[in-house]
Design a protein around this ligand. Structure first.
Ligand code: SAM
Length: 273
């Protein structure tokens, strides 16, 4: 049975907010390679968090203005503080507190929409996609980037990391989120009547060919996993022993001369007519 309100497992601490900013920069090349808003003027960003992707959108597409929404006030004030630093963005962005399942915009308001790591946290992704379809103008484009946590692989085998990872995914799933949603984006978009749907699996696979990148990715991924540790401990779904074991194993794997890191995500795009 799905619960109504989903406890966001990463939390809203300043450390987590900083992690979101580093995550956005870290993944920028991979994510934005296939995103093109250069024909757009007004782009809706759903679940903007601390404005890390907003910054990239405004920098990469000087033609656009963004309207970014998030459900959480702390994220929005961090986003405002972050974006206000960039004089060149003045007058180009708006931030509003809003629930993605009930967008307070007129129909046909935007020519682009952007979501990144958001649908996985919302118990009714179909409502969000229906709302975005309503507020997009005919010809409008949507880009979504979402996780596929079932694809993660780490070698050498690290039992506590696996236990923590399984608990992380179960916790999200049991509370109404969906850590596997990336693979379902094609179906979700089709069900809401989107057209020209494209899905693109993007993979980070690092081994002995790129040891320093591998170490960087393992450390980045460790931060993501450990960002949920307090909530998982509080919920009683992992023990201190598992968390400490996972921390130890992640350090060892990062320095292992034969480590393998593998993780795939899904990026989808579609249009409305
Ligand atoms: C993992 S963060 C991603 C933030 C940003 N897109 C990025 O890539 O840095 C997910 C964000 O979605 C927001 N969120 C969750 N449920 C939401 C909802 N129903 N409506 C709007 N925002 C929501 C959370 O508050 C959080 O800031």
């Amino acid at each position: 049975m799905k619960k109504k309100s989903f406890p966001y497992q990463h939390g809203f601490s300043p450390i987590e907010q900083d992690r979101l900013r580093r995550q956005a920069r870290f993944a920028e090349q991979t994510l934005y390679r296939d995103i093109n808003f250069s024909d757009c003027k007004n782009v809706l960003e759903v679940g903007c968090g601390v404005g890390a992707q907003t910054e990239i959108l405004l920098r990469r597409f000087p033609c656009i203005k963004t309207q970014s929404i998030d459900l959480n006030k702390k994220q929005l004030s961090a986003a405002k503080q972050h974006l206000d630093q960039f004089k060149e963005f003045k007058g180009r962005y708006k931030l509003s507190k809003m629930n993605a399942v009930n967008l307070e915009f007129e129909s046909n308001s935007f020519d682009g929409a952007f979501l990144c790591w958001v649908l996985e946290h919302i118990p009714s992704p179909e409502k969000v996609l229906a709302e975005i379809r309503r507020v997009l103008k005919p010809g409008g484009v949507i880009y979504l980037t979402e996780v596929m946590n079932h694809t993660f692989f780490l070698d050498p085998y690290s039992p506590n990391v696996w236990k923590l990872w399984m608990a992380f995914n179960d916790y999200q799933y049991d509370n109404g989120g969906d850590p596997f949603i990336g693979a379902k984006l094609g179906n979700l978009l089709t069900a809401q009547g989107y057209k020209d749907i494209q899905t693109n699996v993007k993979t980070w696979h690092f081994d002995n060919r790129l040891p320093s990148k591998r170490k960087e990715y393992i450390e980045f991924w460790a931060e993501l996993l450990l960002s949920a540790k307090d909530q998982l401990l509080e919920a009683g779904v992992v023990t201190e022993e598992i968390v400490e074991g996972a921390q130890r194993e992640l350090k060892n794997v990062a320095f292992d001369p034969n480590a393998v890191f593998y993780d795939s995500i899904m990026q989808a795009s579609a249009r409305v007519y």
